[in-house]
Design a binder for this molecule. Sequence first.
Ligand SMILES: NC(=O)c1ccc[n+]([C@@H]2O[C@H](COP(=O)([O-])OP(=O)(O)OC[C@H]3O[C@@H](n4cnc5c(N)ncnc54)[C@H](OP(=O)(O)O)[C@@H]3O)[C@@H](O)[C@H]2O)c1
Length: 184
Amino acid sequence: MKTQYYTATSLDGFIATEDDSVDWLFPLGDPEETSYPEFIAAVGALAMGSATYEWLLRNVDKVAEQTGSAWPYSQPVWVFTSRELPRFAGADLRFVQGDVRPVHAAMAKAAGGKNLWVVGGGELAGQFFDAGLLDEIIVQVGSVTLGKGEPLFPRRHTNPPLRLVSVRQIGASFAELRYDVVRA
Ligand SMILES: NC(=O)c1ccc[n+]([C@@H]2O[C@H](COP(=O)([O-])OP(=O)(O)OC[C@H]3O[C@@H](n4cnc5c(N)ncnc54)[C@H](OP(=O)(O)O)[C@@H]3O)[C@@H](O)[C@H]2O)c1
């Protein structure tokens, strides 16, 4: 079982524009032609921040167009928030806040040996990293720049560096980079 931060990013390191748009991402390629189908098949539980969850709530049509379903996950999802948020009908959701460690333990229990996906954003992935719980960072680097926006991974992490495990070209618009997190 691995805990993975798997996300798409612009070349200059942003996962969304400053107003939470990922419209730049869709023209770059079909998720079905990336590593996503294989990746999601091995995932047993997901964690995401409230901005990511609210994006899913606001964009059910786009999500359905891309994935064939308004709510795209069959696995249980933990949503981090300090607020009361609407519940997506039919989704397997838990709203949580604070320390990521007990949430990680609950996710691992639910996942039954499958991987745990930290969907994002970058700050939440950073919280799993800070707690020593992140094993892999897998990024699809899109061939666009955004100038500013929501950062991929707002941490200064220099030593020991991440270990680059693989590099793969996906069409003309993505480079997929896989990194192992090396513990100090
Ligand atoms: N490019 C991609 O593949 C990709 C992947 C994922 C997400 N996205 C997009 O990127 C944007 C991410 O935005 P974001 O970085 O602002 O992130 P986010 O992680 O989705 O949401 C951040 C919010 O989550 C809540 N939160 C985070 N940690 C918490 C904790 N420990 N306890 C309680 N609440 C906590 C806080 O909100 P409250 O307490 O106020 O609720 C915080 O403001 C979204 O637009 C999303 O759709 C893109």
